[in-house]
Design a protein around this ligand. Structure first.
Ligand SMILES: NC(=O)c1ccc[n+]([C@@H]2O[C@H](COP(=O)([O-])OP(=O)(O)OC[C@H]3O[C@@H](n4cnc5c(N)ncnc54)[C@H](OP(=O)(O)O)[C@@H]3O)[C@@H](O)[C@H]2O)c1
Length: 342
């Protein structure tokens, strides 16, 4: 990086936004914290010594002011149903790249549907779901594919030791459920299917030391948007360990608590990504700690690649399409351990 670059972080004082601000500083960027609450922003500015800018999605001018002079914007403000479109529009007006950490399927689908043409015509870079859910699974599936140009199925199984959700996760989940109506979505035969039956429960053979665990199948996460957005895979399914599903379903489960010097909780994760073509199977496994904290190195690595021209697409593209997936994954050490090392 030649000169110091400023990067707007919308939703900077949220749980994930704070990890992103810290990671930007760690990597030599100058974050510009932005958000709608002047008091919370002021407290963050005081704590970090950064210049903060108040901005609201209801006021386009305030967003323009927040993004003025910045090299890119990272949107960490969810529910994304309300924030994605106004912040993308502001990024397009400013002529800067946009990345978000949205895990809401509907918001991610909207980004592709509403902005693909506009962004391609403007030669803009928009990376939705550049986070633990949506981004990392897509990178693993893309890396596991290797020289395959298509596969019959992709499966992404999440083994979380626990899931203590933030307020933003809970709110985003309820907005998604409201938007989708009764039931759930799955992606099969190259199409979205709305289902009202209960999702299946099955055993997933996570690699050791976790071993086989009970998971909820068709627990549809953002990867089911990102993977088929660029790979010819008609069946994409995500799975979640039952303990984690129980945690987020319980309104009494507490928010995550810092357990190390980086502010990470003690939550451990393993992601087992498997692609199948006929009888052949390929796999990529990632392990790490704290799904919120690890989102920061993911989105900041993506930002760095966008700002240094290490991209493979323009317009709206998910992590696996926008970046060289094996190279990106290698760059995530020591935050993520990979097996096999791509
Ligand atoms: N894909 C993934 O793996 C991944 C990983 C981490 C987080 N996320 C998503 O990121 C979002 C934030 O999560 P979090 O853990 O940081 O939650 P959080 O601690 O509750 O923070 C939410 C942030 O969003 C802001 N916000 C919400 N609605 C807003 C709006 N309409 N306008 C402006 N700001 C708004 C909040 O500001 P106020 O305090 O002013 O409301 C706050 O700064 C959630 O949607 C979560 O699902 C996804």
């Amino acid at each position: 990086m030649g000169s110091v670059q400023t990067v707007a972080v919308f939703g900077a004082y949220g749980h994930t936004g704070r990890f992103v601000v810290a990671e930007l500083v760690e990597r030599g960027f100058v974050p510009v914290p932005a958000g709608r609450d002047a008091d919370k922003l002021k407290a963050l500015a005081h704590e970090t010594g950064l210049e903060a800018r108040v901005a609201s999605v209801d006021d386009a001018l305030s967003l323009d002011r927040a993004l003025a002079g910045t090299a890119a914007v990272i949107n960490c403000a969810g529910p994304f149903a309300s924030t994605t479109a106004p912040v993308i529009e502001a990024a397009l007006r400013a002529g800067i790249p946009y990345l978000d950490v949205a895990a809401e399927l509907e918001a991610n689908l909207d980004t592709f549907a509403h902005f693909a043409d506009l962004a391609r015509d403007a030669r803009a870079v928009i990376v939705p779901a550049m986070a633990f859910f949506g981004g990392l699974g897509d990178l693993l599936v893309t890396a596991a594919m290797g020289d395959w140009t298509g596969a019959d199925e992709a499966h992404i199984a999440y083994g979380l030791s626990s899931w203590h959700p933030t307020a933003g996760t809970r709110l985003s989940g309820s907005v998604s459920r409201e938007r989708r109506g009764e039931g759930r979505l799955r992606y099969a035969g190259g199409e979205w299917e709305h289902r009202t039956d209960a999702p299946p429960t099955l055993d997933w053979p996570f690699p050791e030391p976790m071993g086989p665990r009970s998971v909820i199948g068709e627990f549809t996460m953002a990867d089911v948007v990102t993977v088929p957005s660029h790979l010819a895979v008609p069946d994409v399914t995500t799975y979640m360990t039952v303990e984690a599903v129980r945690d987020i379903a319980d309104p009494g489960t507490p928010a995550p608590v810092a357990a190390d010097e980086h502010g990470r909780s003690d939550q451990a994760f393993v992601i087992d990504a498997v692609v199948r073509s006929g009888t052949a199977e390929r796999r990529a496994v990632a392990r790490g700690r704290d799904i919120y904290a690890v989102t920061a190195p993911l989105v900041v690595e993506a930002l760095d690649r966008v700002l240094t021209g290490r991209t493979e697409a323009v317009g709206v593209a998910s992590a696996g399409e926008m970046f060289d997936a094996p190279d990106f994954l290698r760059a995530l050490a020591p935050h993520i351990t990979l097996d096999p090392r791509p």
